[in-house]
Design a protein around this ligand. Sequence first.
Ligand code: GLY
Ligand code: MN
Ligand code: MN
Length: 439
Amino acid sequence: MEKKEYARRRKRLMDIVNEGGIAIVPTAPVRIRNRDVEYPYRPDSDFYYLTGFPEPEAVAVLVPDRAQGEYILFCRERDPERELWDGPRAGLEGACELYGADDAFPFGDMDDIVPGLMENKERVYYTMGLDPDFDKRVLSWVNQVRHRVRSGITAPDEFVSLGHALHEMRLYKSKQEVKAMRRAASISCAAHRRAMSVSSPGLREYQLEAELQYAFMQGGARAPAYQSIVGAGANGCVLHYTLNDAVMEDGDLVLIDAGAEYDGYASDITRTFPAGGRFSPAQRAVYEVVLEAQLAAIDKVRPGNHWNDPHEAAVRALTRGLVELGILKGRVSTLIKDEAYRRYYMHRTGHWLGMDVHDVGDYKVAGEWRLLEPGMVLTVEPGLYLAAGIKGLPKRYWNIGVRIEDDVLVTADGHEVLSAAAPKTVTDIEAVMAEARAA
Ligand code: GLY
Ligand code: MN
Ligand code: MN
């Protein structure tokens, strides 16, 4: 992302925060995996959206109309001894030169400096509840200013959640964001294709996960956007399966839900394919139902339609399909009203997608489903999960779990499927798998 893009975002936020306000945005802490081993570091999305600053121990403070500079970054100082062990830091100079801060101060100096920045402000824009210790610190800064009111200054008396303004901004993707998301999706499509190509009964699920990981990194993405799901057979019916350690059997379907993160932006793609390269008739029949539902839902993604239109289209197609498969019995309209499909389709058809895989942004506005608008990105991901032993479920369908998930950008006249390059029809999947086997 260009430096200018972050500056534009800060400017837009500052127009909302305005002269009477101050915004405080901390990044995420380093998290411990075990003893002194850390999880790979990932900055907080709100913070990174505004700063592009990748280091931990940093807080951005935006003070509109501050004469000495509106964007202040508190961060780690340079430290040759530490940098020898942990790698380079931007330091205070780098914060200004590389990341566009107007002023930078040591992370440890916040308690001395922030109260002064709050003087004569009316509102503090800050998201409470994410980090109780930091919440206390912000309150103590406000209290410090209150104690000084006898000297004629005023203290802020209103807290405003940053989420409202910032998450509205994050919901509409700019050209540069769309570019990053296209790239994240295209890396992930290549990874799904690779997993299909090397799939073979006898491999463990995590061996396909390894192929995904390899393709992500070779494609230029440093990490997955979320933990990859690779579920074969019965595991494909477990919605958040991440164990990924079972042996894939001939005759299993394999459900892979995996997406790379590129430049801070997620992709989120699911494909389902036969471990051995050929769908059985029952697997194929179920797959075609899910695919039809997914295409019907994607067709509803266009400006003017509301958030729930794709879901409603998917539910209609899935219910109709379940009746055709002989799994549900009765009138389609009644089955929909009674939510009979929920035994086999228990999640919703999608979510916003962006820096976070389940991205920010309201789904309803004033109690009504939100209208889709250009620049929004959502997933479309219907599925059917036909777990063994469900009462009344014919045995030929047992352990068939199918989900098909694409990332879809709302455009001025409809939509663009960012993840269209991942094989999706039965014919394409079988062809990709056959080709790999013939090579
Ligand atoms: N990968 C998480 C989801 O599909 O929502
Ligand atoms: Mn997914
Ligand atoms: Mn998803």
